[in-house]
Design a protein. Sequence first.
Length: 147
Amino acid sequence: MEGQALNDLGFHLSVPTTKTFLRRFLRAAQASRKTTTISLGFLANYLPELTLVDYGFLKFLPSVVAASAVFLARWTLEQSDLPWNQSLEHYTSYKSSDIQLCVSALWELQHNTSNCPLNAVLEKYRHQKFECEANLTSPELHQSLFG
């Protein structure tokens, strides 16, 4: 009934998802990236999809999950650069220390996919179409990455 009343009044309610934030954050990340944008995009999309079946990630805001995915994707693809910079800090409004807990949880999830009860996400990202991003794993996270 409430839905019908809102429709009659012309209200459209929606909430931003991780994907909403990820699109914006990836544009900022790709501006200063050496790796191909396709790899970064696929990996940054794969990581939040893993969180969809993990109850523990409900405590994180969608923007934090998106920022953490960009951080971890950048770290996975190239360790010679710091995964977080001033540009990302500006566009996400998060410092690396703000997302440390979520990045660590996402890293754990990426390394423990064998415990995942639903492996559709893994199968999807193991295909060549997505550059086999599910086969990649991130190196150890160091405290120095979080400033």
